[in-house]
Design a protein around this ligand. Structure first.
Ligand code: FES
Length: 188
């Protein structure tokens, strides 16, 4: 049984979500292996994009060898795991000292305004998660922002932000178009 989701209904993973079936098949294929807890959590994250408590509870019941507390300990210890739903792209604005004194706060505020999202939140369209981070290790390029693995250095002018974000919207549109073309060719 899947635990009732206590967050915004639209963000809940429903008990009859077909991805649980896929996860069950994966568990059955690795059931006797060492390190199964992490492997299953990784697979859950691949399938759902994040591993909220309701999914951890489902895994705990399915494996029957690990408590929810242990799974929660793993997901909070390793930064690779997300407990909250993520946007398609992750924006990280560095608020380390070097970036902060060179105007990183203005970058963060411009993003909040442009995307209408709070720090730690996801934009309405699901495209971006906005986060503030500590030093990203490239202080000579301050102020710095990263989107996924792309580094945007010396970002003094916040007017550049809409243009930067547009690149990701454009990529997403192209991906969708390619997917549609691929699907229509498969259906033909
Ligand atoms: S303080 Fe921002 S990269 Fe170091």
């Amino acid at each position: 049984m899947v635990e009732k989701c206590k967050v915004n209904r639209s963000e809940c993973i429903k008990p009859n979500d077909p991805r649980f079936k896929e996860l069950k098949a994966y568990i059955d294929s690795v059931r006797d292996q060492n390190g199964i807890n992490i492997m299953v959590l990784q697979e859950a994250q691949r399938l759902f994009g994040y591993v909220p408590l309701e999914v951890q509870k489902w895994i705990s019941l399915e494996l029957d060898t690990v408590s929810v507390g242990e799974l929660y300990g793993i997901t909070t210890f390793y930064s690779q795991f997300n407990l909250k739903k993520q946007g398609k792209h992750k924006i990280s604005v560095c608020l380390g000292t070097a970036c902060y004194v060179k105007g990183a706060q203005a970058i963060l505020e411009a993003l909040q305004q442009h995307l209408d999202v709070e720090v730690g939140g996801i934009s309405e369209d699901g495209m971006f998660t906005l986060e503030a981070t500590r030093c990203l290790g490239c202080c000579s390029l301050a102020p710095v922002m990263m989107i996924d693995n792309d580094v945007y250095a010396k970002l003094y002018d916040t007017k550049e932000i809409p243009e930067i974000l547009d690149k990701y919207y454009l990529e997403s549109e192209l991906d969708e178009e390619l997917e549609n073309v691929f699907e229509s060719e498969v259906d033909a």
